[in-house]
Design a protein around this ligand. Structure first.
Ligand code: UD1
Length: 416
């Protein structure tokens, strides 16, 4: 199994170019199921999750041709409506085919995703919304089986804002009969990007990016030509990498407006941040000040940046309280950070981090995507060498991470 070896302690400096957003590319690929024909999707990151989604679409009968970040997806003839367990278990976002399949084909059979490292992650709100739209939804042998001759517009209230739930139902509603209103909807930029993509296909959507989204169903959509927005979590990850080494980095091809919460916290730590259209620069300080963070739905501090920020707080001056409110079990990286000398105590859904002067390189194990990124960040600052195993987690969500980090001076290589 492959691992990543990092020789820490090098100040990073230079420019990193950001890739297309994983969490935008995945729903947009699924949106291609809504309209028959040839779709062209660009700025698609080369990631394992994207490959998995391509396989899932092919399994449904679509023809998928990736070439240099551009995906041609032909959905003229869909032959199946099943997302099998083998694909769903490796990538929960597979559940995003549910809404489009029921809307276009009138039926879908999608494996239940099950738990994952960061929590139980149910899909009850996706299913309740489809039922509200008139679908018959059953659980049979570990699969969600949903049927509807034509979905009907409905008023749907989410108990808790769910990103993929909002995306699934927004896609389903584009072809429903009548008006759908999604209340307490997720406001994440990825939802807005998907709405823009659907609108380009002829969908009628208002309010994406707010907690109330109104969709007027249409009878058909046309194929898209769409470019995926930049990845805000990748942007934040490289800012944290530059920050922990006291370096000076410029992030290009990004959308600074999507990172307001993260940039505010980095400034509070004492980093100098400048931004302009498509770029952010960060200038390091001797040692960051410890600050508290609390993860929240957008525009709050993203749960997908919690682990990376915790790595930074491990070497901060003072005590930081990091509260995770979105997922119940998203502290798997703590045990590994402690192996590198971090001083962290967990109290319920809060981690109390007492900054130490130095972390020490150690062999550590990645447990999930963002946890792996936090270990890379910690290793970049640690004294000596660290070996991070189970790199496949990183490959799910970061395009060319070693190359990008090498480009700004990191001593990082893949082994095994
Ligand atoms: C998406 C992102 C993931 C990110 C998360 C939160 C994708 C592919 N993944 O995941 O990277 O960490 O948003 O920003 O976009 N919930 C329910 N019932 C449901 C659905 C969700 O109770 O039916 C709960 C979850 O357990 C969690 C909260 O809602 O506590 C938010 O989860 P959700 O926004 O759905 O996360 P995902 O869409 O799976």
């Amino acid at each position: 199994m492959q691992s990543i070896v990092i020789e820490g302690g090098k100040r990073l400096s230079g420019e990193v170019k950001i890739s297309g957003a994983k969490n935008s590319a995945l729903p947009i690929l699924c949106a291609s199921l809504l309209a028959p024909g040839e779709h062209v999707i660009s700025n698609v990151p080369a990631l394992q999750d994207v490959i998995t989604m391509g396989r899932l679409l092919e399994n449904l009968g679509a023809k998928v041709q990736p070439s240099d970040g551009i995906f041609h997806v032909n959905t003229e003839n869909l032959t199946k409506d099943e997302a099998p367990y083998e694909l769903v278990k490796t990538m929960r976002a597979s559940v995003l085919v549910l809404g489009p399949l029921v809307a276009r084909r009138g039926s879908a059979r999608v494996s239940l995703p099950g738990g994952c490292a960061i929590g139980a992650r149910p899909i009850n709100l996706h299913l309740a919304g489809l039922r509200d739209m008139g679908a018959e939804v059953e659980i049979e042998h570990g699969y969600v089986v949903a049927r509807a001759r034509r979905l009907k517009g409905a008023r749907i209230y989410f108990d808790t804002p769910t990103v993929t739930g909002t995306e699934n139902l927004m896609m389903a509603a584009t072809l429903a009969d009548g008006r759908t209103v999604l209340e307490n909807a997720a406001c994440e930029p990825e939802v807005t990007d998907l709405a823009a993509c659907l609108t380009s296909m002829g969908a009628k959507i208002n309010g994406a990016g707010t907690d109330t989204i109104r969709i007027e169903g249409v009878s058909e959509l046309k194929p898209m030509k769409y470019s995926v927005m930049p990845d805000r979590i990748e942007t934040g990850t490289y800012l944290a990498a530059g920050a922990i080494t006291g370096g000076e980095v410029r992030i290009s091809g990004c959308e600074p407006a999507h990172l307001a919460a993260v940039l505010t916290k980095l400034r509070e730590c004492g980093f100098e941040i400048e931004k302009g259209p498509g770029w952010i620069t960060l200038r390091g300080c001797d040692r960051p000040r410890a600050v508290d963070i609390k993860t929240l739905p957008y525009p709050g501090f993203p749960t997908d940046m919690q682990a990376q920020f915790m790595a930074l707080m491990c070497v901060a001056d003072g005590l930081s309280v990091i509260t995770e409110t979105v997922f119940e079990n998203r502290f798997m990286h703590i045990a590994e950070l402690k192996r590198m000398g971090a001083d962290i105590k967990v109290q319920g859904n809060a981690a109390v981090v007492q900054g130490v002067k130095n972390l020490l390189g150690a062999p550590v194990m990645a447990t999930d995507l963002r946890a792996s990124a936090s270990l890379v960040i910690a290793a970049l600052a640690a004294k000596g060498s660290s070996e991070i195993s189970r790199v496949y987690h990183l490959d799910r969500g970061y395009e060319k991470m070693e190359e990008k980090l090498q480009g700004i001076g990191a001593r990082i290589k893949r082994a095994g």
